[in-house]
Design a binder for this molecule. Structure first.
Ligand code: CTP
Length: 408
């Protein structure tokens, strides 16, 4: 999937050691289908050469407002009119200050000033030493730049090239890529808050053993990412999985079904959408041993008794919040056969307005899936595609079904 297909991005580089990351960012944008026009300030060329950026972007780099290659000699107009966005990465403290004052003494700031402000968004990825970042002048500039319509992509925290540790590093190329992709997504869930469960649960037998299942969590993580892209505030309650947290998503790690229920009950009051993708274990050992169960050499095997786990989805779907229409609940059904019949029955049994069926064994651990949406009006198939693509379609379907008058 090329998330930036058809997008033309002016990538502006200003003076900072983070210029080395801009090379990777340029590649990442192009891999996602964007075309990239690089514009560098004189200071940026001290850190990385235009040759590198030209080779990566497959276009000559611009660096001067007197560039005679443009027939009208107005690179600032021509380049900005073609752009779907101008992304300045790295954006130095000095360049922020220049933008703030409407400075225009070199091509990049001139272009930012000359861009049609309501058609060509300006995205800034600041990069600087932690003291510079924390300085009141920088913080003041950030507030004013945002008020002037720029989108500030934030900074990373950690070890800095100067040897100090703190806030102010430029975000990593993959983080910036995710932010740019998110930026272009329609905000169909703006102002909404979504709670998502994902992954398996782990039900302890003793301190070293337990019962779990093969759910990878990929579908739930994709739903969380897609909801964030759509403008929702997302809380992801995840069972034990080895997946990176989608950018901008608040993650709560849990182990057992009981822990997952507790986290969901705690966070549901702040949410207005609940999507249960987790493969919650149906049963847990009645008594988890607090010491490792040892074999005694007699050939005797331990006998495990089980109790049923709480049904998280059904619990939230029956809450006063959901019954009053203030929490829109979406269930998933992992079936091995008769998907339509099972999904239809499960929707009613769980008491949810929308149930998403899929064939479990065909999708566990995979990057793709196919979904069957079942609601009170009938069914809709979302054909085989990547989980992220399906998650984005599902988010759009949820947004369409949300009561317009959700109280929160
Ligand atoms: N679910 C849940 N808590 C449970 C069991 C299931 O929240 N204890 C949720 C799942 O996250 C999913 C939906 O309920 O959204 C259906 O899960 P599934 O495992 O397919 O259904 P079960 O209720 O376990 O029914 P069965 O095993 O009989 O198919």
């Amino acid at each position: 999937m090329n998330d930036l297909a058809g997008k033309h991005i002016v990538l502006g580089l200003t003076g900072g050691i983070a210029c080395y990351k801009a090379a990777e960012l340029c590649r990442a944008l192009i891999k996602e289908g964007a075309t990239v026009q690089v514009v560098m300030t004189e200071a940026a060329t001290q850190f990385i050469t235009p040759v590198t950026m030209q080779a990566l972007s497959n276009r000559p780099v611009y660096g001067s407002q007197w560039d005679a290659r443009e027939p009208n000699n107005m690179a600032q107009i021509n380049l900005s009119r073609e752009a779907d966005a101008i992304l300045v990465a790295p954006c130095s403290a000095d360049f922020m200050s220049k933008l703030l004052h409407g400075g225009a003494d070199e091509l990049l700031s001139l272009m930012c000033l000359a861009r049609p402000i309501d058609k060509v968004p300006l995205l800034l990825a600041p990069a600087m030493n932690r003291e510079m970042w924390a300085h009141p002048a920088t913080q003041r500039n950030l507030v004013q730049l945002a008020a002037d319509g720029a989108t500030i992509l934030g900074v990373g925290s950690g070890f800095q090239a100067c040897g100090e540790t703190g806030d102010g590093r430029m975000l990593e190329p993959e983080e910036l890529l995710a932010d740019v992709i998110t930026f272009f997504h329609p905000k169909v869930l703006a102002g909404r808050r979504m709670l998502v469960t994902a992954g398996p649960t782990f039900e302890a037998i003793d301190p070293v053993r337990g019962i779990t299942n093969r759910s990878s969590g990929k579908m739930g993580f994709a739903v969380a990412r897609a909801a964030h892209e759509a403008g929702a505030q997302v809380t992801l309650v995840a069972g034990p999985v080895a997946l990176a947290t989608p950018r901008g998503v608040q993650r709560i790690d849990v182990q057992s079904a009981t822990d997952m229920l507790q986290a969901c009950v705690e966070h549901a009051p702040a949410a207005n959408i609940f999507v249960a993708t987790a493969a919650v274990a149906d049963w847990r050992p009645a008594q988890a041993s607090d010491q490792k169960i040892k074999k005694d050499g007699s050939g005797q095997t331990p006998t495990l008794a089980f109790v049923e786990n709480p049904d998280i989805l059904a619990t939230l779907a029956r809450s006063a919040q959901a019954l009053s229409g203030d929490l829109f609940c979406v269930g998933f059904a992992a079936e091995s056969h008769d998907l339509l019949a099972h999904a239809t029955a499960k929707r009613v049994r769980k008491g949810v307005p929308l149930l998403v069926g899929n064939i479990g064994p065909a999708t566990f651990g995979k990057d793709d899936n196919a979904l069957l949406l079942v609601d009170a009006n009938g069914t809709k198939e979302l054909p085989h595609a990547s989980k992220l693509h399906l998650a984005r379609q599902l988010v759009a379907e949820i947004a369409r079904r949300l009561p317009t008058a959700l109280k929160k």
